[in-house]
Design a protein around this ligand. Structure first.
Ligand code: GLT
Ligand code: MN
Ligand code: MN
Length: 389
């Protein structure tokens, strides 16, 4: 049965192989689910109605696979894609799992590690493009420190920049139709990670040789770990033309990286995020970078995946309801009322404007006396979210 909450291809819901393939291992305990092959995971995603699947090079091809094993895995993966109709919109490199990356990849102090990271990424880009990826994510989970005695952060920034410039040139040289999306995270697995927030990433991108082909991949959990408003960061990326991809999940602030089901922790923040993405017409993947609770078997993993998409679609409906709600809209119109009397002072600077504005008198007390009705507006939003309107 199909309803408003049934995922459709146009919703662009995607999952990483590492998300539904997560076996529940954590720092305190081993796996609780048997691993599934990439092809099996594609079929699971097909069953729950996802549009696409993303992967790290080594989610698909183990780091030590032989060429024959590689061919066999790829054959089964392609077959599963064509049987289910799933596509591969994004790919990425695992630059954090292998012990060689214990001091980072592009920012490691050992030049052999830095060179190997570039080589591994070029190969992984080839693999991703071969399977159709148009977005390539860089999450530098190990690009950080435990002790700042080990590395000058300016060196780390320069090494990171050099690597990104090299890889942009590689993609251009190969004539790949590919854009890069940089994903920030403040900490974990390193004690501190460089470029810890989406805002830092945006500033870093502006310093690259090919900023036009590099954007961001903000993740809800990562900005919540930093205790900041995720939607504001997303909006800033969007306004700068840099929202190339998004990782949706949920997270309590101030804790380890929880990667909870989308909307399961802070529904109100999730609502304003969905509302933003839908209002501006964000056309990229809605990628769920989360995993099922460790308590679950694979039926629970499907419940988790279905839940992510269902919550998104319910919130999308709530966003439309917000825009159509007469009382809410009347309040917004009142709050944003503008009699035009100040228009002459805005826009581009001129000396005349500055003189006129300096001569203008303002009744501060009268202006400040006006109540802004945000309490009522917020409660109407809450009523709407709780189904009381
Ligand atoms: C890892 C991390 C995610 C990144 C993935 C891409 S891997 O699971 O926690 O946030 O998006 O490298
Ligand atoms: Mn992520
Ligand atoms: Mn995460």
């Amino acid at each position: 049965m199909s309803d408003n909450y049934t995922p459709q291809p146009e919703h662009k819901f995607t999952f990483g192989l590492w998300t539904v393939g997560n076996t529940g291992r954590d720092p305190f305990g081993g796996p609780v689910r048997e691993p599934k092959s990439p092809a099996e995971l594609v079929r699971l995603l097909g069953e729950v109605g996802a549009y696409g699947v993303n992967f790290h090079d080594n989610d698909l091809i183990p780091i030590d696979a032989t060429p024959t094993e590689r061919d066999q895995i790829l054959k089964e993966f392609r077959k599963a894609l064509s049987d289910t109709g799933l596509v591969v919109p994004m790919a990425t490199t695992n630059l954090f799992g292998d012990p060689v990356f214990k001091d980072g990849a592009f920012t490691a102090n050992d030049p052999k590690v830095r060179a190997y990271a570039l080589q591994k990424t070029m190969n992984a880009i080839d693999l991703g493009v071969e399977l159709g990826a148009k977005i390539y994510v860089f999450w530098g989970g190990r690009e950080g420190t435990e002790t700042d005695a080990s590395k000058n952060p300016v060196d780390a920034i320069k090494r990171n920049r050099e690597a990104m410039n090299f890889l942009c040139e590689y993609a251009l040289d190969k004539k790949y139709d590919l854009k890069f999306a940089l994903e920030a995270k403040p900490n974990e697995p390193r004690a501190d990670i460089y470029n810890p927030t989406t805002g830092h990433m945006l500033a870093f991108i502006a310093t690259l040789d090919h900023p036009e082909m590099v954007g961001v991949n903000p993740e809800v959990a990562h900005e919540h770990m930093a205790g900041i408003n995720f939607m504001h960061g997303v909006a800033q990326a969007w306004e700068a033309g840099k929202l190339f991809h998004i990782d949706l999940n949920d997270q309590y602030p101030g804790r380890y990286d929880q990667d909870l089901r989308f909307g399961s922790r802070d529904l109100k923040a999730a609502f304003f995020l969905v509302k933003f993405l839908e209002d501006v017409g964000y056309a990229g993947s809605r990628h769920f970078d989360a995993h099922a609770y460790r308590t679950e078997d694979y039926e629970g993993v499907k419940d988790f995946a279905r839940g992510c998409m269902r919550t998104y679609l319910i919130l999308k409906e709530k966003a439309a309801q917000f825009s159509a709600d007469e009382e809410i809209q009347a309040l917004l119109a009142e709050i944003n009322a503008d009699d035009g009397s100040m228009a002459t002072y805005f826009g581009k600077y001129s000396a005349e404007k500055a003189i006129a504005l300096k001569a203008q008198s303002f009744d501060r007390a009268a202006i400040a006396n006006r109540g802004l009705k945000y309490e009522r507006l917020d409660q109407l939003t809450i009523d709407l979210l709780l189904g009381a309107r």
